[in-house]
Design a protein around this ligand. Structure first.
Ligand code: ATP
Length: 323
């Protein structure tokens, strides 16, 4: 059992890796970047902190890491109030906010040695073990002696994560970890996140990409204009999606009329189709009613909204689903 999982087993049920209540930050007058945030990151989660650029994700992360002061509210990291007990909590947290400044002409291993040497709390005699373990963790052992400038974008980001893993960590906080990476680098970093989570590390990552949340996260919190719109496990969020029906027909008005008569809500007419929320209605009976009413049905489908539909309905805005 890894250190992280053995610690996890000893935790109180319901305790949180990150917990904030009413956390707020205003930058001078008028800019309320984070507005009354109640965030609950369960231990063991890969927690996607999702929202468009400028919604307050980085500001929140910076407050959790004690890099800036909150203007209101409280925050706990690994059960410790921050910033009051940051000195106890933060050594157990690996963070990637602004990537570390690596030296282009040094190898990956030498860059990590330099980074390790800056940490005065570690024993220099065991530096090599830490550097080797961190390189191993991110799959860069074979490239350890290669110069940093020869690394691909994905390797550079994995080295940055290795830098955050020079000590054993219970929580990793990653701000937009795949931003600016090519598809290969993005895959490398996402698969590394999945491996770290499998080892028992709680991961909180900010992203503006819905696809990233769908691919790597177990939980999601959606931010919009400084406010938390929703947070939940992805499974619960998907289960909460209300299915709809879509009738493809040359007579959408007539189909809509039947759907209304059958008691369906949110009936709408589109070119060549009528849609509605399914509610408790039985699809077989709806098809029967449509046929009996003489509606020429070309297609009939029960549609479960995907996450993008859900978030658009929550925020009233589209999400960047690329990547
Ligand atoms: N130092 C600062 N001074 C004034 N305003 C700031 C400062 N930092 C951030 N802001 C503002 O606060 C709001 C939230 O910014 P923040 O960087 O937290 O958002 P974000 O969701 O992380 O977006 P991004 O991914 O673009 O960084 C934005 O309106 C931003 O312009």
């Amino acid at each position: 059992m890894t250190k992280a999982t053995s610690v996890a087993a000893a935790r109180e049920p319901g305790s949180r890796a990150v917990r904030t209540r009413g956390l707020s930050k205003s930058y001078g007058k008028g800019v309320l970047a984070v507005d009354g945030l109640d965030l609950d990151v369960p231990y063991g989660a890969v927690f996607g902190f999702l929202g468009p650029n400028g919604c307050g994700k980085t500001t929140t992360i910076r407050m959790l890491l004690g890099l800036i002061a909150a203007t209101d509210g409280t925050a706990e990291v690994l059960g410790e109030p921050v910033p009051e007990r940051s000195a106890v909590a933060l050594p157990r947290v690996g963070a990637l906010v602004e990537g570390p400044a690596f030296h282009p002409y040094l190898s990956g291993a030498d860059n990590l040695r330099r980074l390790d040497a800056v940490d005065r709390t570690t024993d220099p005699a065991t530096a090599e073990e830490r550097v080797s373990a961190a390189l191993d963790r991110v799959g860069l052992v074979a490239a350890a002696r290669k110069r940093y400038r020869q690394y691909s974008l994905g390797m550079k980001q994995r080295l940055a994560i290795a830098g955050a893993l020079l000590r054993p960590r219970e929580l990793l906080i990653l701000d937009e970890p795949t931003n600016g990476l090519d598809p290969q680098g993005t895959r490398e970093v996402r698969s590394l996140i999945a491996q770290l989570a499998a080892d028992g590390v709680t991961v909180m990552l900010s992203t503006h990409l819905l696809s990233e949340v769908e691919q790597v996260c177990s939980h999601v919190a959606v931010m919009h204009k400084g406010k938390l719109i929703t947070q939940s496990s992805l499974a619960d969020l998907r289960a909460s999606a209300v299915p709809g029906v879509r009738v493809e027909t040359a007579s959408p008005e007539a189909a809509a009329e039947v759907l209304r008569e059958e008691g369906l809500a949110d009936v709408a007419v589109a070119p060549g189709a009528a849609t509605a929320l399914l509610g408790g209605a039985e699809p077989e009976k709806l098809v029967d009613a449509l046929v009996r009413a003489g509606v020429p049905v070309r297609g009939f489908a029960v549609v479960r909204p995907d996450l993008e539909d859900l978030f658009v309905s929550l925020t009233g805005e589209g999400f960047d689903v690329s990547g």
